[in-house]
Design a protein around this ligand. Structure first.
Ligand code: NAD
Length: 497
């Protein structure tokens, strides 16, 4: 339970007081084992809830429930318009209960309540409505054939059919929204799903499963198993009745998930880490660049896969950019996410805040200069925003994903050097270019090795825009009008007449 000091909605308080449970066959149920995981409030470290650490037997039960629900057609055989209606009802329910959902999100993840309201709830509602609409847009193609001999005429076409049980695995940075990014295309296309949220932030996944059933998703179609990666995650990735794995998380875990998928010949989508460059040209407008990179680098404490992380700036603008960003990070106030005035909130876990501090210590030892912003409370998992100057090109902090409030800033002689350094990474999730020169912008967007490139902005994503990684940042694309292609098989039908 949550013990204050902020007042939370009665519905949020009741949810946190619920006994630890999994969500299988349309209802909360006990685990087969006795292990439980504690969920912490990152602003204090206090335990606010427990969830089961699911066993392989629990995962098997959830997958069998999903498989039975898929096989008997209780969801896939509904009229597409009826699946759409149910999902639209889910959007309405999340909107109506949004404040409690936002508070639970902030309490388990640490982010500002403003961000929970705007993105985890507000944007999620938009995403649900977008995916709901795709339920009624599934279509195939027709073909003319040129087969020699045989009948005079052929009619050939394809249909798209739901793949089956989707094993969905989510990270802890946007627990509610990213869980939905996996569950929505599954449900819209008629699949059933077993979702394993991160062990750090398991609560809102349980909340949306409960809302989905209330909205009319039949029992067994949407199940949630809470637990760690080593047991519950692996049990899901290796289960023979799971037809596709939809994974969002780190590149290291994504590779393990990809191997497991290939072993079982499962389909898979991997949305992985980023080390995203922002290239600032000498003509860029600092009044746009500074707020843009503050948001791009420090939104959600930098715990964003697409966050700006490496800034390359043409030398004439370097001093002014550093001074502007330094002033901006110095002016933020730190505090718990439930305080709407606090702009700097704790990171999601003690372990992660130590990892981020470790990166900064390494960089300092390697000779980098680190400018840190506002002071932070002693209690809780806070890390003050940091600008890292003179970071050696091969330092761990320069090469690896930090996933925290840290920006490296490096002067470059010209756009060509900036582009070379921006592309010098194994990762290729996102990038941004900051300039007033349309020719430069067009050339650089073409040459950036990244799944998304923004010009004069960073970090904005939309359900109608495909999203995914180049290089080691992933495989496949989410969102956009072709989103359901990843959750359906294309079957060719060939009729002789
Ligand atoms: P993580 O890889 O540690 O864990 C992600 C999930 O995988 C968790 O649910 C975890 O329990 C599970 N898991 C761990 N080991 C597993 C295994 N062997 N088999 C199956 N499941 C296993 O990632 P994280 O620390 O939770 O999240 C942060 C990472 O996610 C960052 O790298 C970030 O860039 C990435 N991310 C990517 C996107 C995107 O869309 N590309 C979005 C958000 C986050």
């Amino acid at each position: 339970a949550y013990a204050g000091p902020f007042t939370i909605e009665p519905a949020a308080a009741r949810f946190l007081e619920r006994d630890a449970a999994l969500f299988i066959e349309g209802a909360f149920c006990a685990s087969d084992g006795n292990e439980r995981l504690a969920v912490h409030d990152p602003s204090t470290g206090a335990v606010i809830a427990h969830v089961p650490d699911a066993t392989a037997a629990d995962v098997d039960k959830a997958v069998r429930s999903a498989h039975a629900a898929f096989s008997d057609g209780r969801w896939r055989d509904l009229r597409p318009a009826d699946r759409e209606r149910v999902l639209l009802r889910l959007a309405d329910l999340l909107e109506e209960r949004g404040e409690a959902a936002a508070q639970i999100e902030t309490l388990e993840q640490g982010k500002s309540i403003n961000l929970s309201r705007m993105l985890e709830v507000g944007a999620s509602v938009d995403w649900i409505r977008y995916a709901a609409g795709l339920s009624t847009k599934i279509s195939g193609r027709t073909f003319d054939l040129s087969l020699p001999g045989g009948p005079a005429h052929w009619t050939a076409y394809t249909r798209r059919e739901p793949i089956g049980v989707i094993g969905a695995i989510a990270p802890w940075n946007f627990p509610l929204m990213i869980a939905l990014w996996k569950v929505l295309p599954a449900l819209a296309s008629g699949c059933s799903v077993v979702l394993k949220p991160s062990e750090v932030t398991p609560l809102t996944a349980l909340l949306i499963a409960e809302l989905a059933v209330e909205a009319g998703v039949p029992a067994g179609v949407f199940n949630v198993v809470t637990g760690g990666g080593a047991v519950a995650g692996r049990a899901l990735t290796s289960h023979p009745l799971v037809a596709k794995l939809s994974f969002t998380g780190s590149t290291a875990t994504g590779k393990a998930v990809g191997h497991a998928a290939i072993d079982g010949m499962k389909r898979f989508t991997l949305e992985l880490g980023g080390k995203n460059p922002a290239l600032v040209l000498r003509d860029a407008r600092l009044d746009k660049v500074i707020p843009g990179l503050m948001a791009g680098g420090f939104l959600n404490g930098g715990q964003v896969c697409a966050a700006a992380s490496r800034i390359y700036v043409e030398a004439p603008l370097y001093d002014d950019l550093v001074a502007g960003l330094r002033q901006a990070i110095g002016g933020v106030t730190a505090g718990p996410g439930l305080d709407p005035q606090a702009q700097l909130n704790p990171l999601a876990s003690a372990q992660h805040s130590m990892k981020v501090r470790g990166f900064l210590d390494d960089a300092r030892a390697a000779g980098a200069q680190i400018l840190q912003g506002a002071s932070v409370p002693d209690k809780g998992y806070y890390v003050s925003p940091a600008l890292v100057l003179d970071a050696p090109e091969q330092a761990q902090l320069t090469r690896s994903e930090v996933f925290g409030p840290v920006l490296t800033i490096t002067p470059v002689a010209d756009a060509e050097e900036g582009l070379r350094r921006a592309n010098d990474s194994d990762l290729g999730l996102a990038a941004s270019v900051w300039t007033q020169d349309i020719d430069q912008a067009m050339t650089l967007t073409r040459r950036m090795e990244a799944g998304t490139v923004w010009v004069n902005s960073h970090v904005f994503i939309d359900p109608n825009m495909p999203f995914g990684g180049f290089k080691q940042s992933g495989l496949g694309r989410d969102f956009g009008s072709e989103w359901l292609n990843g959750y359906t098989e294309e079957k060719a039908v060939c009729i002789a007449h």
